[in-house]
Write a protein that binds this ligand. Structure first.
Ligand code: AP5
Ligand code: ZN
Length: 205
C-alpha cells in the first residue's frame, strides 16, 4: 500500500497514520515528526525550529529531501504532512506513485479544539487529547510512562496561523488531487476508531 493522508492541522492524520502503519505493516512517513526530531539542524535556510514555531512551512528543499530518503526504499508507506504545497506535490509525483489519496474532513472550530487540547509523550511520541483521548493518569503516557507535554505550535495563536497556512498553501494540493479524480474524502468527525474504519473501507475497496 502507498497511501497519502491529507487534512488540515488537527484533522487526525498522525492518529490515523499510526493505525494504518500498524494494520498494514507499512512505513509511517511524517514530515512533521521528522522535522521535530531535527529541529535544530542547520540548513542554508536556518533551522526547522524557526519556521515551525511560527507555524510556517519549512522550505521545500529541506522537506523534499526528508521525504525522498524516507520513501525511497520503503515497500509501502502511509505519508502524512506532505505535500503541503503544489511544488511539493509535483516533486512527490516524480519520486513515487500512490494507491490511495484520502482527505480527512474536519470543521475549523473542531480543529482548533483538537490542537490546543493535544498532548504528546515526550519519550515515545504517543498522542493524547485532554478531553477526547485522555490518558489513564493525567500527564502520564499510557504506553511508556513518559511525560505528556504540549507541542510548542499548539497554542491557539500558532494553531490559527497553521490553519491559515493550510488554507492558503495546501487546499490547492487537495483541489489538484480532486481534479485528477483520485481524491476520496472521509468525514473525520467521529471517534478515532470510527474514522479508522472509514479509512480502511477506502483502502480495501
Ligand atoms: P505537522 O506535525 O505535520 O502538523 P500538522 O499538519 O499541523 O498536523 P498535526 O500533527 O497538528 O495534526 P494531525 O492531523 O496529525 O492530528 P492528530 O492526529 O495529532 O507539522 C508541523 C510543522 O512542521 C508545520 O507547521 C511546518 O512548520 C512543518 N512541516 C511539516 N511538514 C511540512 C512540509 N511538508 N512542508 C513544510 N513544512 C512542513 O490529532 C490532533 C488532536 O486531536 C490529538 O490531540 C488527537 O488526540 C485528537 N484527535 C485525533 N483524532 C480525533 C478524533 N477522531 N476525535 C477526537 N479527537 C481526535
Ligand atoms: Zn510514551
Amino acid at each position: 500500500h502507498r497511501i497519502l493522508l491529507l487534512g488540515a492541522p488537527g484533522a487526525g492524520k498522525g492518529t490515523q497514520s499510526a493505525k494504518l502503519a500498524d494494520a498494514y505493516g507499512v512505513e509511517h512517513v511524517t514530515t512533521g515528526d521528522a522535522l521535530r526530531a531535527n529541529k535544530d539542524m542547520e540548513t542554508e535556510y536556518g533551522t526547522p525550529r524557526s519556521f515551525m514555531e511560527a507555524g510556517e512551512l519549512v522550505p521545500d528543499p529541506v522537506v523534499n529531501e526528508i521525504v525522498e530518503a524516507a520513501i525511497g526504499d520503503a515497500d509501502g508507506f502511509v505519508l502524512d504532512g506532505y505535500p503541503r504545497n503544489l511544488d511539493q506535490a509535483e516533486y512527490l509525483s516524480e519520486i513515487t506513485d500512490l494507491d490511495a489519496v484520502i482527505l480527512l474532513d474536519v470543521d475549523e472550530e473542531v480543529l482548533v479544539d483538537r490542537l490546543t487540547g493535544r498532548r504528546v509523550c515526550d519519550d515515545c511520541g504517543a498522542n493524547y487529547h485532554v478531553d477526547f483521548q485522555p490518558p489513564e493518569e493525567p500527564g502520564v503516557c499510557d504506553e511508556c510512562g513518559g511525560e505528556l507535554i504540549q507541542r510548542e505550535d499548539d497554542t491557539e495563536e500558532t494553531a490559527r496561523e497553521r490553519l491559515d497556512v493550510f488554507y492558503d498553501n495546501t487546499e490547492p494540493v487537495i483541489d489538484h488531487f480532486r481534479d485528477e479524480g483520485v481524491l476520496v474524502e472521509v468525514d473525520g468527525e467521529a471517534t478515532p476508531d470510527e474514522v479508522f474504519a472509514r479509512i480502511r473501507d477506502v483502502v480495501e475497496s
